[in-house]
Design a protein around this ligand. Structure first.
Ligand SMILES: [Ca+2]
Length: 398
């Protein structure tokens, strides 16, 4: 399909989706706008601000670059450029540089962590390797990473090109949480009952590791430590393609957007040892394709799901904890890749209350690829603008 015809198909689909969504979900009374930070990027995956009080915003391009926005200006020299080592992903290719997290003590140790799809090695039956790698900022110039400082923390095989997860976040406990997809293909057709329910693989999991030891240590209270035939790094399981994770700054809860197969997209609150149901469950529903799989009686339902009448691939966001938009405080903001945004409000029921969030902007049709949060708790939206072909970072403002 050519770019133009796929653009046309997307536009048509978007119109159908947005009218369906309007009919199904009440609109939030909160009115928001966007402030363009910069649109001089290629395909965007992640965003982070270290707690070093420099106010610099770090933006991740899927191709393998991290760029800095300093005092509102995009610096021309990337903070890190590892394109030569990253399997180039762009647009619908799910491989590439996918995650960035700054060490909680970044202002002292200059350490940060990235997750990427590696070009090497490529062995039979393996599409690529996912790598979590540590780097340190240059001691001479804080706007540059010391490329020679790189050390591999985690490395594992990916059977297919898609479903790589790739988000990294430090929890309030100081441990690094790593979101890993189910290995790819469709319906998690791996081994007997899929990777999501297999505790002997990293695939389809949230991992939790201590990066203050080399190459890393497993926290002693990880839920599967000491159990036979399980990976002790696993914190939670039963995920398909966790695309963007975040910790609520106030409650410390871990929110995960888990991309569905053909029917339902979902947002989960992930707890230690939790089973989020994939491949037997998709959203709040049974995935009927595997009637012979063991019943995951212990599986935890998402706090919301939405059908493919409203979108096709969830982009997880953040609980808003900033100061600029009081009406949004405490609400979880997220989107679908196809463009619509929603808020979730905790009403002390198993499923949170979902409302359609309209943000006025002149970008036209876009794909929302990721969200970011700065140290003050303000939120950013990362999008591919279809008509201009630009990739932009916006701050969400009142
Ligand atoms: Ca699930």
């Amino acid at each position: 399909m050519s770019i133009k015809s796929s653009l046309k198909a997307l536009t048509t689909a978007l119109l159908i989706f947005s009218s369906a969504a309007m009919a199904q979900v009440p609109a939030s009374p909160i009115k928001l706008k966007l402030k363009l930070i910069s649109d001089k990027f290629t395909s965007l995956t992640a965003f982070a601000e270290p707690n070093d009080k420099t106010g610099r915003l770090f933006v991740v391009e899927q191709e393998g670059r991290i760029k800095i926005i300093k005092k509102g200006i995009l610096l021309t020299t990337p903070f890190l450029d590892i394109q030569s080592e990253v399997l180039k992903g762009n647009g619908s290719d799910e491989r590439g540089l996918l995650g960035l997290a700054f060490h909680p003590e970044y202002s002292k140790n200059g350490k940060f962590y990235i997750y990427y799809s590696s070009r090497i090695p490529k062995t039979a039956g393996v599409n690529h390797h996912s790598i979590v790698r540590e780097f340190t900022a240059s001691s001479q110039n804080s706007d540059l990473a010391d490329k020679a400082s790189g050390r591999i923390v985690l490395e594992f095989e990916e059977p297919e090109a898609n479903h790589n997860g790739g988000d990294l976040k430090f929890g309030p406990d100081g441990f690094l949480y790593v979101a890993v997809g189910d290995g790819g293909g469709g319906d998690d057709r791996h081994a007997e009952f899929g990777n999501g329910q297999n505790l002997n693989t990293f695939l389809g999991k949230i991992l939790r590791i201590d990066v203050n030891q080399k190459p890393y240590a497993v926290p002693k209270d990880n839920p599967f430590v000491g159990k036979a035939n399980t990976k002790p790094e696993i914190y939670a399981y039963g995920l398909r393609n966790p695309w963007r994770i975040s910790f609520d700054k106030v409650s410390g809860k871990l929110f995960v957007g888990d991309v569905g197969q053909n029917k339902y997209e979902e947002i989960d609150i992930v707890t230690k040892g939790g089973n989020y149901g994939w491949r037997i469950r998709e959203g709040l529903h049974e995935n009927a394709r595997f009637p012979n799989d063991p019943d995951p009686k212990n599986s935890i339902d998402p706090i919301t799901d939405y059908p493919h009448a409203e979108g096709i691939s969830v982009t997880g966001g953040f609980v808003y904890r900033g100061k600029k938009i009081p009406a949004l405080y405490g609400k979880y903001v997220f989107a679908d890749w196809m463009g619509p945004l929603w808020t979730l409000t905790d009403t002390k029921k198993p499923q949170w209350n979902r409302e359609k969030l309209s943000i006025s902007h002149d970008a036209g049709y876009w794909q929302i690829t990721s969200f970011g949060e700065d140290q003050a708790g303000e939120l950013y939206l990362l999008a591919a603008i279809l008509e201009s072909g630009k990739n932009a970072v916006y701050q969400i403002i009142p």
